[in-house]
Design a protein around this ligand. Structure first.
Ligand SMILES: [Zn+2]
Length: 395
């Protein structure tokens, strides 16, 4: 058992994960002894596994930092740039996004094609996205970097139950019941599918510091609708159907307006893009930049914006207390609105959160660190996480 292939695969994954973990600013890459300490594996075992990863080309040895006391230099280990890549794709209501990254996290290719996808023909959009993807895959292949998998982020409910790979409903695109197996076949690579907010939350987690309070958060992705991703103790919570984190459909008022999901009084009907614009006295089609300008300049608009903050605080206070987390990350429109949204929302949550009232914790509300195509980046990381979990499959 101790030497079973499963255990070896798992330990290879542990060692590669440590080597690929983003280092704190200024911190050196880890050497074998540090990896042994962090993983709890024996130093000899770590050395053997590191040699296998070196032989497979997944990692490289960096120049020695300083000679150890025994006289033998300690060689820091790092992921091998360009050895393999993952592709993240994103279909957004307003653009098509693409990011390709390697195990160092370096972005090898990216695209952001502005295009209104509302009411678009899914077949045409997917064909266009497949063309973009195949072009990047071919270019990377010429550089000797194989793309091992593709992640696709969609602004709606997706399912991977059984052997399905499908979008159930994306009301803001006007897409329903879309089988994505043909798209996967067209790409010729395994496709990982998820909601855009879940993938964006994954990208944000990758950049979180070591403080446990930073590694638990609710990620809000606001555009036409409000998407959400829950990260609790370093883990993106999926739920039974992969739909955990749908903060936009938390009920604010059972008699409120009808939501795109069919229920009444969801948070989205108070704090989605159109609702916010109308609340502050702008046309429903107004963009968040215009809302920000109005709220910053016009005291009457600022007063009306308080209703948006109150609805968000009501919905989020429940989430923070339920999960015992203290951090809210603002993505999409909310990142644009952060100058007028973050502080009043933080202040309201500080008063309503148990961890703040009784645990001395500070609630944090901040804009997302990944500003462009965050879901495409998270989708690519979701693919690389599979490499980290079982590197031997990619030898
Ligand atoms: Zn709803």
């Amino acid at each position: 058992m101790a030497n079973s292939p499963e255990l070896r695969e798992r330990n290879l994954g542990l060692v590669l994960t440590e080597i690929c973990r983003p280092a704190a600013p200024g911190a050196p890459a880890p050497a074998r002894s540090q990896i042994a300490r962090r993983t709890g594996l024996h130093k000899t075992t770590v050395s053997q596994l590191a040699d296998e990863l070196l032989a497979a080309g997944l990692i490289v040895e960096l120049p020695p930092l300083a000679a150890a006391r025994s006289g033998r230099p300690t060689l820091p280990l790092a992921p091998n740039p360009g050895r393999l890549a993952a592709l993240g794709l994103e279909i957004n209501v307003e653009y098509l996004g693409l990011k390709a990254i390697d195990l160092t996290g370096a972005v090898l290719a990216e695209r952001h094609d502005a295009a209104d996808q509302r009411g678009s023909d899914p077949a045409r959009t997917l064909a266009r996205l497949a063309d973009l993807a195949r072009d990047v895959v071919a270019r990377l292949a010429r550089r000797g970097t194989p793309v091992v998998g593709v992640g696709l982020a969609l602004p709606g409910l997706t399912t991977t139950a059984g052997d399905r790979l499908a979008l159930l409903n994306a009301p803001n695109l006007g897409w329903r019941d879309l089988d994505l197996r043909p798209f996967e076949a067209r790409l010729g690579r395994p496709l990982k599918l998820d909601n855009e907010a879940n993938f964006a939350a994954r990208a944000e987690l990758r950049l979180a510091g070591p403080d446990p309070a930073e590694r638990s958060f609710v990620y809000l992705s606001a555009e036409a609708g409000i998407g959400g991703g829950l990260v609790s103790d370093d883990v993106l919570t999926a739920g039974l159907h992969g739909w955990a984190g749908e903060v936009g459909h938390v009920m604010i008022d059972p008699d409120g307006p009808v939501c795109a999901c069919g229920a009444r009084g969801c948070l989205e009907t108070y704090a989605g893009r159109r609702a916010i614009a109308r609340t502050v006295g702008l046309p429903a089609s107004a963009r968040p930049e215009a809302v920000l300008a109005a709220v910053a300049a016009d005291p009457a608009a600022a007063k009306r914006f308080d209703d948006v903050v109150a609805a968000l605080a009501t919905g989020l206070a429940g989430v923070l207390n339920l999960l015992d987390i203290t951090q809210v990350v603002l993505g999409g429109d909310y990142a644009v609105l952060a100058p007028v949204l973050a502080e009043p929302l933080r202040s309201a949550l500080q008063r309503r959160t148990l961890a703040a009232r009784w645990g001395g914790a500070e609630v944090t509300v901040r804009p997302a660190r990944v500003a462009t195509t965050p879901a495409a980046l998270g989708a690519a990381w979701a693919v690389l996480d599979q490499v980290l979990a079982n590197p031997a499959a990619y030898f």
